[in-house]
Structures are given as structure tokens and as C-alpha cells.
Design a protein around this ligand. Structure first.
Ligand code: MN
Ligand code: MN
Length: 471
């Protein structure tokens, strides 16, 4: 309720001081409902996009339904055209060509579609104590203690001798079995319990239990070594036509099994594996396809390998984004260097949400609060602002105007207290290509865990922010 007779001090405070609003103070009833509805589409996208390969497939479907056509480097492009470049099934660049001169720059929305997980090693399958296991090698920043005693699924591809690639998906379909990493009973875990959290579980104990039944012959266990392992290999062979040596040319990822679910009696949050960074990839993609402004050329870049440093051919350190801009500029009679110089990029990535359970690691005034909207991070990195893209005051000003003009709920964010840790995004790699870049994304609780939590209102604010950026 607005108070009627405000004092002079109250009026002055309103005029001069900043107060961070929440979704419930700023968003209309229609918007709060729209946020709930938007979350349904997102949850479905997320469930079908647990790995970068799956995210590429799911995203291509959305793009094709929206009239985007496959593009290859060197192809012609037309003003008003809608295209996507599939980067070897692991990365995706979708773009809409605007009416404005290409030398005036493009708008880039860059998110990543890989998430921390446990990859299988190249010789994963073995048997010990009558149990068959798969050896894993963790991918990205994982807290290893979070992974035992969870229902796990196996997603990925196997390229067989001769070049045929088969898709593997175990643990998601109704009636499918799940896999698990076991843990000690507390009764015999005294010594383990005394170890430091980060050393109690080493990477070599994260072995996936895949079976316990030996291959049977004439009603008896077959008289071969490792009959349980052999039986698992037989089951895999029946389902996928693979043999043990095929593991050497495979990319198999262990991820938490199951669908995203609502969290809280008020259903305000979504709990799921892989929000980081599909929770920004989906708004980036849908902002591109829903954008009605035809002025700017908009590129939505969905990258792999962010969680391991953005290296390699599918990571954002690869020159492909830059080359794509060159090709688009050339096709339109422009100049890639001039285009990049005038371009803007939102590095669409999550940040850590303030967790009242752990106030000691946060500086509350500068943390992203849940339900307070998309979080803009001027810089990330660690220590004395090392290893980051520090966006200029002018760029923050420009973004701020865009968001406020479109009535978007937004806030600023830092990753935690100074020197407690830190982290990076793809922002600096894109800025290194002479593209003005700033980080923006959804605050996450339990980030990088097998069950991360985000707010539906922050998700919707992020979508709105990206739409505003496309205009
Ligand atoms: Mn991320
Ligand atoms: Mn991450």
C-alpha cells in the first residue's frame, strides 16, 4: 500500500537511494503467471538436454519449428533470414539477419550447454567382488561427495568400428533401471568421516554399479572369468550392438536420472540437474526465436566445454564465433572487424544465488538474491579481479537502460566474498575478439550439484532481459 502523507525524508530517500525490488514487488500478476508457464517449456527442454549433444538436438528442433534453416560456413545469407550452424553436434550458433547494416554490429547471446558430470573412462567396465562397475572421470567442477547414493543415468554416444555412431540412453525411460555409486554405512565410516570434505572422496571411488548377475549357462554361472562383466557386455551388445573395445571411441556421460521438479509448497523454484547453463541457453534461444524486432542481426551461441575452461573445437575459445561473424559480414557486403567492433554480447551464464544457510561466504549487499531477477555481473574472476572481462561503466549503463526501459527485474551480482573463491565464464573469450561483453544470468542455489535450484521468476526475468537485448 502506498502511504499517503510521506515525510520529506521518505520522499528524498525514494528519490536518491536504491532498493533492490523482488519479483513480488515489481512483477504484475500476469507476469508472475507467465513466469510459471514459461517454466514448463524450460523444464521440458532441460530434461531432454542433459548433455551438450542432447541440447544441440533439442535446440535444433526448436529452431526448425521456428523456421530456421541449416547454414554452413560460406553459404549466402539474406536480410530477414533465419539460420543455424551445427558445430559438430556439440555446439550451436543460431542467427537472424537484421535490416541494419552488418557493420553496425551484431547482438550476441552466448550461453553454454555442457554441465558438470561423470564421464566414462575409455576402459570403464570391470568386475570386482561379484559386481560390475564403470570407471568414471569427472568433468568440470564437481563436489565429489554429492554423487554417491543418487539414481544415475547414462547418456551419450558410441562410435563403433567402421564409423557408425549409436546413441545411448539408460535410466530415463519409464521402467528403465538406474545406476548408482555406493557409499559406506555410517557404522564403518568413522575414518572416512574424519577426512576433509574435498579429500574424503577421490575421483577413483566414483565407480558406477551396473550389475551383479553372472552370465548363465545350463542354469549355472558360466565357467569364465568375470562372468558378471561378460553378462553386462552381452546386455549392452543386445541393446546397442557394441563390444568392449567400442568404449574407446565413445562419449558416455553419467548424469543424475529423472525429470526437473518444482521445489517448495509455492512451486516457486525448479530443482534439476544441469540448470548451469541450460537455464540461460533456453532463454537465449527462445529470445532469438520470439524476437520481433528486425533491426539487429542476433546470434545465439550455445557452446560446449565451458565447465572445463572453454578450450577445444567446441568451446568458446575456438575462433568459430569470430569466423561466423566474418562470414555473415562478408556475405552481406560488410567487414567482420568493423562488425565485431560495434557488436554487443551478453555472456548468458548463471551466478551463485545468496544462500542464507551459508552467510559466511557471501557479501549480501553484492550477492544475487533469489526472486530478484536476472543477475548482471560486471566482472567475475577471482582475487583482485583476475581472469575476467570487466565490463565498462558505459556498457553497464547501456544494459541498465535497456532493462529499465523494458521494465525487466534485474540486479547485480558477485560470486561471494572477496577471496573465498571465484569463477569465470565465456565473457573474456568473447571480449578478446573485440566484442563488448557483459555477464547476465540466473542465480542458482546448490550450483554445480546434481540437483540445482533456480527461481521461475528469475528465469522469466532472464528471458525478458534477453528479449530486450535483441531489440
Ligand atoms: Mn555456467
Ligand atoms: Mn558452471
Amino acid at each position: 500500500m502506498e502511504k499517503e502523507n510521506k515525510t520529506e525524508a521518505e520522499i528524498l530517500a525514494e528519490k536518491l537511494l536504491y532498493k533492490k525490488p523482488s519479483a513480488f514487488e515489481k512483477m504484475s500478476e500476469e507476469e508472475l503467471t507467465a513466469a510459471q508457464e514459461y517454466a514448463v517449456g524450460y523444464s521440458d527442454y532441460l530434461y531432454h538436454s542433459k548433455t551438450e549433444r542432447e541440447a544441440v538436438k533439442t535446440s535444433v528442433k526448436i529452431l526448425e519449428n521456428a523456421g530456421y534453416a541449416e547454414y554452413k560456413l560460406g553459404d549466402k545469407v539474406a536480410v530477414g533470414g533465419k539460420y543455424y550452424l551445427n558445430n559438430r553436434e556439440k555446439g550451436l550458433f543460431a542467427f537472424t539477419v537484421g535490416t541494419e547494416s552488418i557493420n553496425d554490429g551484431v547482438r550476441v547471446l552466448a550461453a553454454h550447454i555442457d554441465s558438470p558430470r561423470l564421464d566414462l573412462k575409455q576402459h570403464p567396465l570391470y568386475e570386482d567382488g561379484g559386481i560390475a562397475y564403470l570407471k568414471t572421470h569427472y568433468y568440470g567442477g564437481t563436489r565429489k561427495y554429492q554423487w554417491p547414493t543418487l539414481p544415475l543415468a547414462l547418456h551419450g554416444v558410441v562410435t563403433k568400428r567402421g564409423g557408425e555412431t549409436v546413441e545411448v540412453n539408460i535410466g530415463e525411460d519409464e521402467g528403465d533401471p538406474v545406476l548408482v555409486i555406493t557409499d559406506l554405512a555410517p557404522h564403518i565410516a568413522k575414518e572416512q568421516g574424519n577426512k576433509a570434505l574435498n579429500t574424503a572422496f577421490n575421483g577413483e571411488v566414483l565407480n558406477i554399479l551396473v550389475g551383479t548377475v553372472p552370465l548363465m549357462e545350463d542354469g549355472k554361472p558360466a565357467n569364465v572369468e568375470n562372468a558378471v562383466k561378460l553378462n553386462i557386455m552381452k546386455l549392452l551388445n543386445e541393446k546397442y550392438g557394441i563390444v568392449e573395445s567400442d568404449f574407446m571411441s565413445a562419449e558416455l556421460c553419467t548424469v543424475p536420472a529423472g525429470k526437473p521438479v518444482d521445489i517448495g509448497l509455492d512451486k516457486s523454484l525448479i530443482g534439476a540437474y544441469g540448470h548451469d547453463d541450460k537455464v540461460c541457453a533456453y532463454p537465449a534461444l527462445t529470445a532469438l526465436t520470439d524476437n520481433e524486432c528486425t533491426k539487429h542481426t542476433v546470434i545465439c551461441a550455445l557452446a560446449d566445454k565451458e565447465e572445463t575452461g572453454s578450450d577445444g573445437i567446441s568451446g568458446m575459445q575456438c575462433t568459430l564465433l569470430s569466423e561466423l561473424i566474418d562470414e555473415i559480414a562478408k556475405a552481406l557486403g560488410g567487414n567482420g572487424n568493423i562488425c565485431r567492433h560495434n557488436s554487443l554480447c551478453l555472456s548468458a551464464d548463471v551466478t551463485v544465488g545468496y544462500d542464507p544457510n551459508y552467510p559466511e561466504v557471501f557479501e549480501k549487499r553484492n550477492s544475487a538474491l533469489m526472486n530478484c531477477g536476472v543477475a548482471i555481473a560486471k566482472y567475475t574472476g577471482s582475487g583482485g579481479k583476475y581472469s575476467t572481462n570487466d565490463a565498462s561503466a558505459e556498457l553497464v549503463g547501456k544494459i541498465r537502460d535497456m532493462l529499465d526501459d523494458d521494465n525487466v527485474l534485474w540486479q547485480t551480482a558477485e560470486l561471494g566474498k572477496i577471496d573465498v573463491g571465484g569463477g569465470g565464464t565465456v565473457a573474456k573469450y568473447i571480449a578478446n575478439h573485440n566484442i563488448e561483453t557483459i555477464d547476465a544470468g540466473v542465480p542458482v542455489l546448490s550450483m554445480h550439484s546434481p540437483f540445482e535450484a533456480i527461481s521461475k521468476y528469475d528465469l522469466y526475468s532472464t528471458y525478458k532481459a534477453f528479449l530486450a537485448f535483441c531489440k
